[in-house]
Design a binder for this molecule. Structure first.
Ligand SMILES: C[S@@+](CC[C@H](N)C(=O)[O-])C[C@H]1O[C@@H](n2cnc3c(N)ncnc32)[C@H](O)[C@@H]1O
Length: 357
């Protein structure tokens, strides 16, 4: 059921989920009023249950609200004949103590890191989730907020060259939680279907009979260059854009990349997961005919406090990256378009949600 909230004043009992719930209410056109409630009055309490003297059309109790304030708000609503949208009760029913049924999984593309670069649909899914499975990339602050309002947050980060949680285990956790009737969000960096193994997760849900949807995200392959002031295409300069994974070096038995074809392209190539193999990739591209003077720009930690840009060329890329101490996550933009940075550094990323920006 979808509630029409335009113009409705909605009372939200204060608690860990109140701020996000109020934000979503406002987005839906409602007028949220967040009110602190104490516990339910004891039996025999004279008169109506205590609470604010305001006229509201709905009481919304977010999942994660503590029982005391939630019950007090419900009692206050009942005494006034006011309808209640009890998400806490719904989450409970979903969990099996009063209801049941299979939950669902939503794969959410979280963008490159700044929560401001997440889609509205993605942020809403995270705000409504009972369980969030999160990575080290993407808007990790949102996962922390979900934890603060009482959602279960599972860190399944697959840190490059570090701790790894097997994909199969991630699939199992998602399916297991959804089968328990919970709303599960798999929060991923960038876009789930761009080198994100999102499709494997969709398939795992389908195989388990768990409903699954995908909320696309802003991929770092385009966001990082844009934040660095680089246009990936430029009229009159290039008509092609190639995104390549460099997680294995050229010549590696597991490599699926045709480096000769990449070198033959005249436009822009964006390398992701290529920090460790950048020197070998640059050498391969030059060996295969690309001009050694081709501009190559590295963008690290785009949209986060650690964002940094290193300008180079294919000939110097390995040395320049070593000298700068570049580390993952970074994308490397190769091509003539990388030779032109249109936006001054201090104007970049203006309007994003990072403090001080
Ligand atoms: C496993 S891939 C995931 C890509 C992701 N699905 C996407 O669409 O952006 C991880 C790689 O994405 C790139 N990446 C992700 N976030 C980044 C960021 N904030 N800044 C620069 N590169 C980033 C890096 O190349 C990193 O090694």
């Amino acid at each position: 059921m979808t509630l029409r909230l335009t113009g409705v004043r909605v009372l939200v009992p204060d608690g860990p989920g109140a701020a996000v719930a109020a934000e979503l209410m406002r987005e839906a056109g409602a007028e949220p009023v967040v009110v602190g409630f104490d516990a339910v009055p004891p039996a025999g309490h004279p008169g109506p249950p205590p609470g604010p003297d305001v006229a509201v059309g709905l009481v919304h109790v977010p999942a994660g609200t503590a029982d005391g304030p939630a019950e007090a708000a419900c009692a206050w609503a009942a005494a006034r004949g006011c309808p209640v949208d009890d998400r806490r009760g719904r989450a409970r029913a979903d969990r099996g103590d009063g209801g049941g049924g299979v939950g669902r999984v939503t794969l959410v593309g979280g963008g490159p890191g700044d929560p401001g670069l997440m889609t509205v649909a993605g942020a809403r899914a995270v705000a409504e989730a009972d369980v969030v499975l999160t990575d080290h990339l993407g808007p990790v602050d949102l996962a922390a907020e979900a934890a603060a309002r009482g959602a279960e947050v599972v860190d399944v980060a697959k840190i490059p060259y570090g701790r790894q949680v097997a994909q199969e285990r991630i699939n199992e956790i998602m399916v297991e939680r959804a089968r328990a009737g919970l709303r599960v969000v798999r929060l991923k960096g960038g876009d789930p279907f761009v080198f994100g193994r999102g499709f494997e997760e969709v398939r795992a849900c389908e195989a388990a009979g768990v409903p699954v949807t995908v909320v696309p995200g802003v991929t770092s392959a385009t966001a990082a260059p844009a934040l660095a002031g680089l246009s990936l295409t430029h009229r009159g300069l290039n008509h092609d854009l190639t995104v390549v994974s460099g997680h294995v070096p050229p010549g590696h038995p597991r490599s699926l990349v045709d480096w000769g074809a990449v070198a033959a392209m005249r436009g822009t190539t964006v390398l992701i997961m290529a920090v460790r193999n950048a020197r070998a990739i640059a050498a391969e591209l030059v060996d295969r005919g690309m001009d050694a003077a081709t501009p190559a720009v590295v963008v690290e930690n785009a949209s986060t406090e650690g964002e940094r840009v290193t300008e180079s060329t294919l000939a110097r890329l390995g040395d320049d990256m070593d000298a700068a101490g570049v580390w993952s996550p970074a994308v490397i933009v190769v091509g003539a378009a990388a030779g032109e940075r249109a936006v001054p550094a201090d104007a970049r990323s203006g309007g994003l949600s990072r403090p001080g920006r």
